[in-house]
Design a protein around this ligand. Sequence first.
Ligand code: GLN
Length: 536
Amino acid sequence: MTKFIIVTGGVLSGLGKGVTTAAIGLILRSRGLRIDVCKIDPYLNVDPGLMNPFQHGEVWVTKDGYEADLDFGHYERFLDVELTRDHNITTGKIYLSVLEKERRGEYLGQTVQIIPHVTDEIKQQLMNIARKSNPDVLIVEIGGTTGDIESMPFLEALRQLRMELGRENVLFIHVTLVPVLDAVGEQKTKPTQHSVKELRSIGIQPDVLVCRCREPLLDETKAKLSLYCDVSKRDVISNHDVEVIYEVPLIMEEQGIGDTILEKLNLRERAHDLKEWRSFVSRIKQVKEKVSIAMVGKYTHLHDSYISVVEALKHAAWKLERRVEVLWVEAERLEEGEEDALSGADGILVPGGFGVRGSEGKISAIRYAREHGIPYLGICFGFQLAVVEFARNVAGLAGANSTELDPGAEHPVIDLLPEQRGIDRLGGTMRLGEIEVSIKPGTLAHRIYGCESVGERHRHRYEVNPEYIPLLERHGLVFSATSDSGRRMEICELPSHPHFIATQFHPEFRSRPLKPAPVFLSFVSAAAERRRSRDA
Ligand code: GLN
């Protein structure tokens, strides 16, 4: 039977609960357990696809084309797994299902209520996940902070689950913050005490506390938390700031969290094997030599909006014994002609994006990369804008644009996908998820992938307008990968340039710390090469 670990959060959001959850998964898997991980997001949206990246960070895309919370990225990266739409439960999904059942008459005669109907639905959806993948342990992260009104029905359902399945089958881990006030320099336990009190008032006593803090938790802080929160001292785990997030599983395992979990869940004692992970972490911490990548976007002051791209850059750089320095460039600044922001970059990257704001700045950045021979990587929007830039400045189509940015463009080189035309609902209707891409032999793309077919994840509504392809090709742009029997363009490159490549898909979603995405590896390697030759 599957056992459950429930990860709740206290004090404030953005604590790194997703990383903690992923780290716990890695620790348990290193003990030989089969694990699965899912996320509960208590907001009313059905999925996070339409949320503003400013508020919510990036949208992660699963292999099966679900738009998920960015914590899915942490899970997939740490655990090297591929999750599905079923691994995300939202209030929106729960209510949608309950209300559909009500309309079908499945609750005939009853008054439909939060307890038991909504809580039953929550438990049922969790059980469905467990039944499908049948792991030894299903780790369930609850988004938000204890005390939020939205999370109440979920916590209540999980309290019931523990009562029904027993303590040895359901474990609660509470992640909180232990701040240090500069004036006193003391680790403050009161916020954690309060949030545990809040949890207890709903009937949940946490078994383990994981405390985020700047420096390692002091022994006396652990003792105090143990006393006030009724958690044994051994089970108060310090999750202090580390240089790289991939170190988190190591510091938690050093404090014995693996043993604690096995013991409490009545699982057979097994030795852990984190050898490969440990040597990876110690290797990357020693890397000194830098490579600078200019990231040109419109959410550059909220780094969470580009987290997967940044992680993919790091994975690639580490493999090359380099440390990535990301130069955040606000696209709108480039529209004012401030190209200096790009001059220090070894490589220029335009990531995915939407909408007109900043788009001209991104086009300027692409032009700069193309004209100065600076390695360029464009992803999705960065691919489409590379085509626009080339059409305008090389192929002589001054009025070229994407119809997303100018519906009346004289030369709509990027236009809606035919199947997107009739769509008026925006939720979950893009071209999403993994799609097989065919790569042309003899191209940079082929040298990068070393094969003729690869599955990559997509999230877009627009694509290269087939009418313009012959003209663009005549001027030297190479479409080196396509999909859908050659109908859709997937990669473009410029053979006359040291390293200019752009992809309609998002290679960052398949990058893993120990397995960098080939496109990123090639791009960062070209950037490092440029830096070497500049230094020489
Ligand atoms: N806005 C573009 C489109 O919808 C690109 C999307 C993206 O970059 N993810 O096609």
